[in-house]
Design a protein around this ligand. Structure first.
Ligand code: SF4
Length: 280
């Protein structure tokens, strides 16, 4: 039986993108190929906020401090916090999921596999997880990804069959490509071939985290590169800000930018609703 290293497993409301407002189980795997220390920082500077947290003081993921700069999911990839994310067998993950569903079986809930970068290391484990008898009622599945990791052929083959076997089945790749606002490099982050590949398997859209007009122009450049490779999906702009103070500074401006471009606006409902606490 496969094992997955799980940073968080919780039931909440999807706050972003296509499924905003939908009751969802979030499976957050451990590990990421990026750091995104530029979020919330002046251009060219990197956040030290998570680095300054003393990892030895924490034995429970939920007790970790929230950060207002850098990656708001830092504990899902920073090796200093890896012991807070247990390796779990897929059977035990499915038991926990069933336990948290309101009717103890899938009905209108959707499953979000997120991270970290969920397509980095656990792809074959998802085949095992999603094949479990108790996962048969699941109809809607999203991978929240940074759009840099190709699909392993086993997962690609499985997902193609998964959809065919369900009359209402839907697979989504919610891709959040990292612009320079994140502190990551364009050549590492913008991978048109990978996005095109996802779009051949499931409903795929782009969701850019932005704060300024300059970010929006860079998003447009990235969209052009994806379109050139054949990507035809929707584009969302989402405000930067894992804490309310930062989110409130730019949410309206980002909504207006999206309107100007004829793109979609994605909120981050978990910020105003739940203050972006762990497990929301
Ligand atoms: S890709 Fe996502 S999880 Fe990884 S460092 Fe960036 S924001 Fe954090």
């Amino acid at each position: 039986m496969a094992k997955l290293k799980i940073a968080e497993l919780f039931y909440s409301i999807q706050g972003e993108g296509r499924y905003m407002g939908v009751p969802s189980v979030f499976l957050r795997t451990f590990g990421c190929n990026f750091k995104c220390a530029g979020f919330g920082m002046p251009k060219g500077e990197l956040s030290q906020e998570a680095n300054n947290i003393d990892a030895t003081k924490y034995t429970d993921y939920k007790m970790l401090p929230l950060v207002s700069t850098g990656c708001d999911s830092y504990a899902s990839w920073d090796p200093r916090f890896k012991d807070l994310s247990p390796m779990l067998e897929t059977d035990s993950i499915v038991d926990s999921i069933m336990d948290m569903l309101p009717n103890k079986r899938w009905s209108d809930e959707h499953l979000v596999i997120t991270g970290g970068e969920p397509l980095l290391g656990w792809q074959r484990g998802y085949v095992d997880l999603l094949s479990h008898e108790n996962m048969k009622g699941l109809q809607e599945l999203t991978f929240e990804t940074n759009g840099t990791q190709s699909l392993h052929q086993d997962l690609r083959f499985f997902l193609n069959k998964w959809c065919v076997s369900r009359s209402m089945g839907s697979i989504t790749f919610s891709v959040s490509p990292k612009l320079s606002i994140s502190g990551e490099k364009w050549e590492d982050a913008i991978c048109p071939e990978v996005i095109y590949e996802y779009s051949q398997v499931g409903h795929t859209y782009l969701k850019f985290v932005v704060a300024t007009n300059e970010d929006m122009e860079e998003a447009e450049e990235a969209v052009n590169a994806y379109r050139k490779r054949g990507f035809r999906g929707n584009v969302y702009l989402m405000p930067c800000g894992g804490v309310e103070r930062v989110y409130n500074l730019n949410n309206r401006a980002v909504a207006e930018m999206a309107m100007r471009k004829g793109w979609r606006y994605s909120d981050r409902l978990q910020v105003p609703l739940f203050k972006n606490e762990w497990g929301t």
